[in-house]
Design a protein around this ligand. Sequence first.
Ligand code: FES
Ligand code: FE
Length: 415
Amino acid sequence: MSKTYSQLVDPDAGRVGAAIYADEDIYEAEMDRIFGQSWLFLAHQSMLPKRGDYLTTTMGDDPVVVVNKGGGEYAAFMNQCRHRGMRICRADQGNARAFTCSYHGWVYDLQGNLTQVPHEEDGYLSKLDKGRMGATQVPRIVCFRGFVFGTWSSDLPDFEEYLGDMVWYFDSFADRWENNEVLGAANRWTIDCNWKFPSEQFATDVYHAETSHVSALIAQGGDWVTAETKGLQFSSPGGHGTGFYLDDAPDMTDYGDAARAYRAASREREIERLGEHRAVHVRGHNTVFPNFSFLIGTNTFRVWQPRGPHQIEVMAWTLGDADAPDEVKDAMRRNALRTFSAGGIFEAEDGENWAEIQDVLKGRRARRSDFDFTMGLGAAGSEEGFPGRISNIYSEEAGRAFYRRWLELMEGGQQ
Ligand code: FES
Ligand code: FE
């Protein structure tokens, strides 16, 4: 890389160098500077309801185990044995009393402490200091509204402060119902694109929908295609963002007759909890910097896991009202699968765009180009009833904020 980060990325001018999506060195630096210095999504508490429930995931490209250690507390530690580096846990999820490494049999407890070692006396002559050989701990874990996040950083503010004004928007998803539940298993698939394409899109890019998703919108029915869309966009100095329509968006879930009464009552309760603005109008897409995104209305949430500069693994789930009848939960889950999942009609169109751009970036001239982020430059302000910096829905203000935060961290600036 011959250019500095600030030569490549100039958020104030609305310019982002294409190299940041394809350069190996930049990707390597991102794993430390972005993923080592941000709060990262690990799990939802309903995925790990009982003591000993665990799942395996990644923080950036590092494998970790996330465990319910009882008493409403969670642990996360590197999924790497301290003996020779074998994966401590090889399953996607399950319940365990302890984790036994399948190479030489070292045993770790639910917190990742090393508790048993085969041939400790005759092999290690009782000299192995097990207390110093536990799995590497993720030092800070938080469970906020049921969502478990972790960070390697000791300097970052607490999660709620990290979200800042984004809390209000996050709550329109996470605090909509008294009790949340993840519906069904994770949907996991890969897309050949850089992790920043989906993250930035979910933060800032409502603009693409009427072009990219026109056929899916027609297939879904309603007057979405021709309706005049009004909306707003929120952007945050933390790099988070959301764009949402202000019209009373139709719920496109097909609930069937028996479930409609629940839906009507639920809508009233949602308005009571969140107020009219959030319950009805703040229905858009959102990114919590750097790679956690969610859609209100479709109720999908996902983490865009980096797998090198040219690939991501998507891990996506559907969030539902834990107290809803089963047929409502099933309708919500199926609606999310139909629209936003590996085979979802909207999702396929988004992934196609990102993978095509990535393919174009195989070209050296293509990698030297700049992308344009000037939409709505200088036009952001405030809006009564909506916290934070607000611009028109058709704006790239949250995209500029995303890259401003990216630049700040990549240059090693203040956290
Ligand atoms: Fe885990 Fe040897 S690598 S016990
Ligand atoms: Fe889209």
